[in-house]
Design a protein around this ligand. Structure first.
Ligand SMILES: [Zn+2]
Length: 82
């Protein structure tokens, strides 16, 4: 699993929509990749915040998409800096 695949499946992982095999692959990647781990932690905190607010368990698609875009930009920026 590469960074692109891991990032693409973070939401599915958090929603527990993946098979155990794929979930395990993501966990392995997160352990080995600090950039993806940060990404994952951010998403998890973000979803927890929404859940705690009670108004919406899931972010509206538009908001999700914008957050994803920001994270990808941030990740790309960090990758070039290294
Ligand atoms: Zn990665």
């Amino acid at each position: 699993m590469n960074c692109h695949e891991a990032a693409a499946r973070v939401y599915e992982y958090l929603d527990r929509e993946l098979t155990p095999e794929v979930a395990l692959e993501i966990e392995r990647h997160l352990e080995a990749c600090p950039a993806c781990y940060d990404h994952f932690e951010f998403q998890r905190a973000f979803l927890e915040l929404l859940a705690r607010r009670g108004a919406a368990i899931r972010a509206p698609e538009e908001l999700r998409r914008r957050v994803e875009e920001l994270l990808h930009k941030d990740q790309a920026r960090r990758n070039t800096a290294e």
